[in-house]
Design a protein around this ligand. Structure first.
Ligand SMILES: [Zn+2]
Length: 272
């Protein structure tokens, strides 16, 4: 992703086909770095990434993806910082840039109906293993299911989706509100924030690039995710239920999601 550090490195990556741009329709477009971009996405990859979850190993191809408008702003500031030799500011700069990831398993050329997971980032669940939600087990199960599937598929990791889009700081506040009796959606509303503000536009563009117009199976319990991807122009989505990691600590949270519209049956969460 550090194409903004040195323009000659960027040129080398473009020439090797390891840095490219797609538009909203998932078509590859000219790799120049002109400003604007109308929602185009810059992609770095494929990068071989050996993963280990539990006792299992997975060989995936990683693609780092960033919206081009955002990257343009960062590159402008990076030029200024370079001129000022303010190298210590690069970390602050990079930390504000949302870089989504695609983990690809298998050969897209042979896919007829691959398995897809669009996963929203969750530091507490994905990294720390928190049982307040089921994100960690959902993430690991998705990689395992895609890996074990005959066709394989992709996992898209949306980095800016903490707390259904409200950010990690506000999510921390909602946990305290939930401990005072509110459910996960009420807590968002108490903060004056939407129930679910996640933007799946970039996920849709990436799926168009990797799937062209082909159908796919989507690991999700969330009808809104399917609606959002469909509204973005994707077709042929078959939902596949994805309930993992139910514990005493998150049963109430999952029940709130079910009541909100997630396709989770009472027996899925031991709540019958
Ligand atoms: Zn989570």
């Amino acid at each position: 992703m550090f194409t903004y550090i040195d323009p000659t490195v960027r040129e080398r990556l473009v020439a090797a086909g390891h840095l490219f741009r797609i538009n909203r329709d998932g078509d590859v477009i000219a790799p120049d770095h002109s400003k604007g971009g109308g929602g185009s996405i810059s992609i770095l990859g494929p990068i071989p990434l050996p993963l280990a979850f539990g006792n299992k190993h997975y060989d995936v191809q990683w693609y780092a993806c960033v919206r081009n408008t955002e990257l343009s702003k960062i590159e402008d500031i990076a030029d200024t910082l370079r001129a000022q030799k303010a190298q210590e500011s690069f970390a602050t700069l990079a930390s504000s840039m949302a870089v989504n990831s695609v983990l690809l398993i298998g050969d897209p050329e042979s896919w007829t109906n691959p398995l897809v997971r669009v996963h929203s980032s969750c530091l507490t669940g994905d990294v720390f293993g928190s049982e307040r939600c089921e994100c960690g087990p959902q993430l690991q199960s998705a990689v395992e299911l895609i890996n074990d599937d005959e066709q394989g598929g992709v996992l898209i990791y949306m980095s800016g989706h903490e707390g259904r889009g409200i950010g990690l700081w506000a999510k921390a506040a909602t946990y305290l509100l939930q401990d005072d009796g509110e459910n996960t959606y009420q807590a968002n509303r108490s903060l004056g924030l939407p129930d679910d503000s996640r933007d799946f536009t970039d996920a849709a563009s990436l799926l168009k690039y990797f799937r062209k117009d082909g159908p796919f199976r989507l690991l999700t319990n969330n009808p809104k995710k399917i609606d959002d991807l469909t509204a973005a122009g994707l077709t042929g989505i078959t939902p596949v239920k994805h309930v993992f990691g139910v514990t005493e600590s998150n049963r109430r949270y999952l029940a709130a999601k079910r009541d909100w519209g997630h396709r989770i049956r009472p027996e899925d969460i031991g709540d019958d």
